[in-house]
Design a protein around this ligand. Sequence first.
Ligand code: PLP
Length: 403
Amino acid sequence: MEFKPANNIQDLQYFGEYGGVNPSVSDSSTYTFLSAKTMFDTFEGNTDGCYLYSRHSSPSNLYLGEALAAMEGTEMANVTASGMGAITPTILQICGAGDHIVSSRTIYGGTYAFLKNFTPRMNISTSFVDITKLDVVEQAISPKTKMIYCETVSNPLLEVADILALAKLAKKYKLKLVVDNTFSPLSISPHKLGADVVIHSLTKFINGSSDTMGGVICGTAEFVNAQKSVIDGASMLLGASIDSMRSASILKNMRTLHIRIKQHSKNALFLAEKFEQDGIKTVYPGLLSHPSHDIFKRMMNNEYGFGGMLTIDAGSLDKANQLMELMQEVNIGYLAVSLGFYKTLFSAPGTSTSSEIPYEEQEEMGLSDGLIRFSIGLDNDIQRTYRMIKECMIKVGVLEKVV
Ligand code: PLP
């Protein structure tokens, strides 16, 4: 049966404490018990419906986790204080001293820095590979490998991982396939394609209002519960739990996610096609020219489109900076990192979100100086936005004026 993630979110039904249509927010970091025995049992994690301390669990966090597990089609999910707060404990839960990871080389700069600079301290090594080349991925696997790590659509190059094929590889070598799906919520459901663990930075599209951080780890009940173990769970012990107030607000925003993603995708496709026609080097998974267009199509939940992220090459960092400053000045959007906002956001990844990656490695992976990453907004009149961007491009000389 076709997987319908938005229906799964729609079908959740909550009754607040006073009959409210939203679940009541639990505004407490600690909880009382009538009996000391129940308190002990709750600490051990085996008393359903009781809460001890909100780093462990809270009603609001469980509600949000339930909605995200429904969206990704996993048994369970654990919400965290940020995307990195989901990524780092997941890696450390799966890998220990002596273990090896095969990771895509084009991933979010923070994840790259964690694997490249931090985990070697724990004697965890990583091979960074071109994730679109399955033979290269397979060659990098050694008897020490525990995990294949990738982003469905990579930050910032928008490379698309073939999750079905990677899942087969992971199965063959008994590895865990961990996928960061931050760039393509609803459009692609990695667990349904065979990924073991699906991660999101909720800070981005899922929350969608650039007012909070958050993250999530979706997986089997066994994996998620192991992460939450008070004895040796990486999420629990590293402490990146999200606050209940923030969980409650993200849950409310999730209800419009399907509408927002469709609009982000529609606008991004429109602009990508126009930019490409204008002769601008444009990368967008929805374009036929994207090397993994067909792979994305094969994996996608059709109605949500190819997502809201696109990149263009402005030719040089100088031109990219001029263009972004002008686009902000005329109010097309904001010169800001992050993604998934109602207004378009743009930044030059080489000097911002991917600056953790050394310059030579950026060059090697094809991250050029003039690259601008766009998170396309929810603009109602995208034709007007296009005309405004084109004017800016002509003004700064990224595009020649055709007379
Ligand atoms: N994963 C991806 C693909 C990202 O783009 C980011 C942040 O930019 C993260 C993870 C980290 O998320 P957070 O900033 O919420 O920790």
